[in-house]
Ligand binder design. Structure first.
Ligand code: GDP
Length: 294
């Protein structure tokens, strides 16, 4: 990911580093190139515009223009703003509570069930007892998929009983997790191909019944800006504490990763980079910014 963006930025910065002293025109020209590179990487138009404006304002200061290494200082400013764009400090799940609770949401195919399994494995490895709850009462295949993943990662799992509604299942699962002293309960909620009123109502009710501390949306990064729109819809309808971006391995441009925090204000907690249960990494904005700048 970010290959094209990285090489475009590196070319711009190579020119900048070569200047002994910067003029306003040098900075403006290079910022125009940065903006083009961001747009080509499928970054949201407004996000790219605001980003460049901020960096430019910062770079017009005397400190940068009068410095003996102005080019390097501009690069540093870009790095700082990129880090901020990606969310600033690293954010993690809130794993307090008896048990800690995580409600996983997402559109069909986003990687929600896979990510639930990946999280279960991660927390199991850190010594926690994890309960997975299959909440897609309409799709027996989704319940079965989570059962299989639970078997693979070695965690307990429960699913819907005949005639049970989603809120009833949530309530029963929360009680069971508390009584059986699990450390973490992960609710894999139902998916749809698009957000509709019925889904929103179901998720809201579920959230009220189970009161999860973490309300996490799983987003397919490979669908670019569309995933940013999806995130805004879920944030407004249900409320989110964080995001998991999946399929970074299939996303050559990186536009969703670069825009989603700036547009929604929600932190990216983790990223998925493959189909295996180990392919889930915590997201560090500073490391990602360094990777982009090469
Ligand atoms: P759900 O409908 O949102 O629960 O989606 P699934 O968890 O069933 O995932 C849909 C497909 O995406 C499956 O084939 C997964 O193996 C795949 N998948 C999930 N996460 C990733 C990822 O990070 N990278 C890749 N390459 N595939 C993924």
């Amino acid at each position: 990911m970010f290959e094209n963006l990285s090489s475009a930025l590196q070319k711009t910065f190579k020119d900048l580093r070569g200047y002994g002293k910067l003029t306003e025109k040098n900075v403006k020209d290079s910022m125009r190139e940065v903006r083009m590179a961001l747009l080509e990487a499928d970054v949201n138009f407004k996000v790219a515009r605001d980003f460049v404006k901020k960096v430019q304002e910062d770079c017009m200061g005397e400190e940068v223009m009068g410095s003996i290494t102005p080019g390097q200082l501009v690069v540093k400013r870009v790095q700082d703003h990129l880090e901020e764009l990606l969310g600033g400090a690293h954010k993690d799940f809130d794993l307090t509570g008896n048990p800690a609770s995580v409600m996983m949401m997402g559109l069909h195919g986003s990687g929600k069930t896979t990510s639930s399994g990946k999280l279960a494995l991660r927390w199991k490895k850190s010594g926690r007892r994890v309960l997975l709850v299959a909440c897609d009462i309409r799709r027996p295949a989704a319940v079965e998929q989570l059962m299989i993943l639970a078997g693979q990662v070695g965690c307990d799992v429960i699913g819907p009983e005949p005639g049970e509604t989603v809120p009833m299942l949530g309530k029963r699962a929360a009680e069971h997790a508390r009584n059986a002293k699990y450390d973490v309960v992960i609710y894999d909620t139902g998916g749809r191909f698009q957000v509709d009123d019925e889904l929103v109502q179901e998720l809201k009710e579920f959230s009220e019944f189970t009161q999860p501390k973490n309300r996490v949306l799983v987003l397919d990064a490979a669908i670019g800006q569309e995933s940013v729109n999806v995130a805004e819809t879920f944030r407004d309808a249900v409320g989110l504490t964080g995001l998991i971006l999946t399929k970074l391995d299939g996303d050559a441009r990186g536009g969703a990763a670069l825009s989603v925090h700036a547009v929604t204000g929600c932190p990216i907690l983790m990223t998925g980079s493959g189909e295996k249960m180990e392919d889930l990494e915590p997201f560090y904005p500073d490391r990602m910014a360094s990777r982009i700048l090469g």
